[in-house]
Ligand binder design. Structure first.
Ligand code: SAH
Ligand code: SF4
Length: 379
């Protein structure tokens, strides 16, 4: 652990919410509005040094640093750039370990739900090649869920991230791309490493910081879960203002196949997951997403599509399906779907009246695509 000049333990401020910051400032004998300036500095202006907070008098900046306070946040330690514009980052926490965050300019065609391809840059974006982007955020270092097709599973669970470490990934990436939130359309997907609903407090803490302090909208956020029923039930109680959209990793047409590729299904089978999802009060026009990874020869056959369609219809939920061709990884014993299988699957679902989108694989060349996040340092 780092020791500050005066020998006191470092006191991180990044990650504290309004109440936490107010408490710190009250203890320091400062008025409450100082804590709002502090929040503004960290979460909107994206400053990383107390000394850069110009709304604070020099004496206050010095006093806080002298007491060991810091506004440092997780920092981008390494960048891998894909030919398709995707960037994968190793984000280093204050503990020195790293998690992965992905930047996908123009979105990935899945989260927007419109299946649109990358278009031309907008008219006002002369200096940049994107006018909207999606940030894929990690919630844990590794993952305990052990889905058989996922590279992150190979790490096992190393640890939970804190709310500050989750929100910090987003702030650092916004900063790197000098995003202007009023102008640029930013979507967040909590679909990086880890299972958000097995780190519920920190995940929701990060969402609240990003909504309440940074000014992102919960309607532009999607959280994906492998189907952790108690987590979904809690999530259903969250107010709309801080409730992202929900995606469920279905990945199989029935319990038998799902239990094989996702052992978590033995604990919470499909019907239990669907029952929990029914508790979520959807906004007007909001739909639940079922993600479906196509494993060649295992889940990508025409009869699988028909079974998925029946399953989705049976749920009675306002839902759509996002199809993801399985992305390969070393030591994972599956095959990519054969040429055309994803398209046929989509058409088969459409024929049964189920809306489905294809998620374009992004940044496969840099191991940034779904299920490929494993802190792969080789670019
Ligand atoms: N743990 C959460 C969120 C992260 S995984 C969850 O499982 O939902 C995000 C998505 O990537 C999930 O839908 C998962 O099924 C999918 N995925 C995992 N490994 C994959 C791979 N190798 N290829 C394609 N998609 C994969
Ligand atoms: Fe964990 Fe999601 Fe990978 Fe399953 S797919 S092991 S839940 S990260």
């Amino acid at each position: 652990m780092q020791i500050s000049r005066e020998g006191t333990a470092p006191k991180p401020l990044f990650g504290l919410d309004a109440a936490g910051l107010a408490e710190v400032m009250a203890t320091a004998g400062e008025p409450a509005w100082r804590s709002r300036q502090l929040a503004e500095a960290m979460y909107r202006q994206r400053l990383t040094e107390l000394d850069a907070i110009t709304t604070f008098p020099k004496a206050l900046r010095d006093k806080l640093s002298g007491e060991g306070f810091s506004i440092a946040r997780p920092r981008i330690a390494q960048v891998f750039k894909s030919v398709d514009g995707t960037e994968r980052y190793l984000v280093e926490t204050s503990r020195g370990d790293t998690v992965e965050t992905v930047w996908m300019p123009e979105g990935d065609g899945g989260e927007a739900g419109d299946g649109s391809e990358a278009g031309e840059a907008g008219p006002d974006s002369k200096s940049r090649s994107w006018d909207r982007a999606t940030i894929c955020v990690s919630s844990q270092v590794g993952c305990a869920v052990n889905c058989q097709f996922c590279l992150t599973a190979k790490l096992g669970l190393q640890r939970n991230l804190t709310a500050g470490e989750i929100a910090g990934q987003v702030i650092s990436v916004l900063d790197r791309h000098t995003v202007e939130l009023g102008r640029d359309r930013i979507n967040l997907v909590f679909m990086g490493m880890g299972e958000p609903f097995l780190n519920y407090e920190s995940f929701m803490g990060a969402v609240k910081l990003l909504v309440e302090e940074t000014g992102l909208s919960s309607q532009r956020m999607t959280v994906s879960t492998s189907g952790i029923v108690p987590g979904i039930e809690r999530f259903a109680q969250e107010p709309d203002a801080v409730r992202p959209k929900l995606a469920i990793s279905l990945n199989a047409p029935n319990d038998e196949v799902r239990s094989e590729i996702m052992p978590v299904n033995r604990k919470w089978p499909i019907e239990a997951v669907v029952d929990a999802v029914r508790q979520v009060r959807l906004r007007p026009r909001e739909r639940v997403t079922f993600e479906y990874v196509l494993l060649g020869g295992v889940t990508d056959r025409p009869q699988d599509a028909r079974e998925v369609a029946r399953l989705v219809r049976r749920t009675g939920l306002a839902a759509k399906v996002n199809l993801i061709a399985w992305n390969p990884g070393p030591g994972i014993p599956y095959q990519m779907p054969r040429e055309g299988a994803v398209e046929s699957f989509k058409n088969a679902l459409a024929a049964e009246g189920i809306t489905a989108y294809l998620r374009r694989p992004r940044g496969r060349d840099i191991y940034a695509a779904c299920g490929q996040l494993k802190r792969t340092v080789e670019g």
